[in-house]
Design a binder for this molecule. Structure first.
Ligand code: HEM
Length: 350
């Protein structure tokens, strides 16, 4: 058989259509979003390591580099070559999640690259207020090789270094801020083992704008291990503040984008969806992918608090606004005394 450009295109598009249909619950019960929730335990957003799904989408995709045409992007290499990539310092805390997902993807015959982005989108849809992320299927079944080390930004990196790395992957400073909405459902596990499970904001089960508010509160509480290059003083006992989040919230290149998301839930969701559509397809030509977004469940839970607020025990006077062109919005103060933030549940995938 002779492959012309046209017949190759038809073959590729037939394959991706099959994949997309295969991802639909009706066609393949083993690959339904619900089975995923049960099978690898992401029923409760922000609990245990359940947000690691969202983190994994980033760690796989961000290996893309404009300066290296052979770099993979969202190609599943973090899973296919987990013997190499899971040993990188930036990925060490994802190693167990990678293996759990890898087994599941292999059992269901789903290519790693698609599966990582699928799991991240399903996981995010399960958070209160969460986004319904776009999901495209049909990435190559196999990555060309392991991603090089040192491409995932780190919490001790300067803003210069983080923005340069993000720009090399195709993201503006504003888009970097948009992507960091994911830290609203995040906790730390490996940065300070004495505070395992410490959330990055007071509402780790909600995909809300509290993260953008609370990172701007004056830091007064040292982490249990004391401040280190990865950690800053936090505003509330039990909450963990990453040095990189602290700096990006205050940098002149990003401070206004940061502040612009405070109490703007629908804007934040919209921008996150757009930035994730880009992140999740890095290294692929979207023309050859199939839009399977309809397999991602509609987020079920709404936010407990419809608007952002200053956590109890703190006041508007504790806000450190670094955006010179707009004033920080006036937020209600949550009533009551200062309440320490509890860690998210122990690491568990089931
Ligand atoms: C751009 C700079 C970024 C830096 C420096 C950074 C760094 C980190 C670090 C150090 C942790 C804690 C890991 C641990 O101790 O378990 C973390 C958690 C997390 N990050 Fe990021 N991150 C960045 C961007 C992103 C992006 C773009 C996403 C997703 C699109 C993301 C999603 C997450 C999630 C969901 C968690 C929580 C994981 C869990 O709870 O197990 N991060 N990040």
């Amino acid at each position: 058989m002779v492959f012309t450009a046209k017949s190759t295109l038809i073959l590729v598009s037939t394959l991706v259509t099959v994949l997309c249909v295969g991802a639909r619950p009706s066609a393949n019960p083993g690959f339904s979003p619900l089975d995923l929730l049960r099978g690898i335990g992401i029923r409760n957003c922000g609990n245990g390591r359940r947000s690691a799904h969202a983190s994994l989408t980033f760690h796989d995709a961000i290996s893309f580099s404009k300066s290296n045409p052979l770099s993979g992007g969202a190609d599943g290499s973090i899973m296919q070559f987990s013997d190499v990539e899971a040993k990188y310092v930036a990925n060490e805390d994802l190693a167990d999640m990678i293996e759990v997902q890898k087994r599941f993807a292999m059992n269901h015959g789903v290519p790693f690259a698609d599966f990582i982005q699928f799991a991240g989108a399903v996981g995010a849809s399960n958070c209160a207020g969460g986004p319904r992320l776009p999901f495209f299927a049909g990435r190559p079944k196999s990555a060309r090789g392991p991603a090089p080390d040192h491409l995932v930004p780190g919490p001790a990196d300067s803003v210069d270094k983080i923005l340069a790395r993000m720009a090399d992957a195709g993201f503006s400073p504003e888009e970097t801020v948009d992507l960091l909405a994911s830290h609203s459902i995040a906790a730390q596990h490996g940065l300070d083992r004495t505070m395992n499970g410490a959330p990055l904001d007071s509402t780790p089960s909600a995909f809300d704008t509290q993260f953008y508010v609370e990172t701007l509160l004056k830091g007064t509480v040292p982490p249990k291990n004391g401040t280190t290059p990865v950690s800053a003083l936090s505003p509330i006992p039990g909450e963990f503040r990453m040095q990189s989040d602290f700096l990006i919230a205050r940098d002149p290149r990003t401070a206004c984008a940061w502040q612009s998301l405070v109490d703007k839930q629908s804007v934040m969701i919209d921008r996150f969806q757009k930035a994730m559509a880009k992140l999740s397809t890095l290294g692929s030509n979207r023309f050859f992918l199939t839009d399977c977004s309809d397999v991602i469940p509609q987020p079920r839970n709404s936010l407990r608090s419809p608007s952002a607020y200053i956590p109890s025990g703190r006041s508007m006077a504790d806000i450190e606004s670094f955006c010179k062109s707009s004033t920080f919005p006036k937020l209600p103060v949550h009533p009551g005394p200062l309440v320490p933030i509890l860690p998210v549940g122990p690491p568990s995938f089931h």
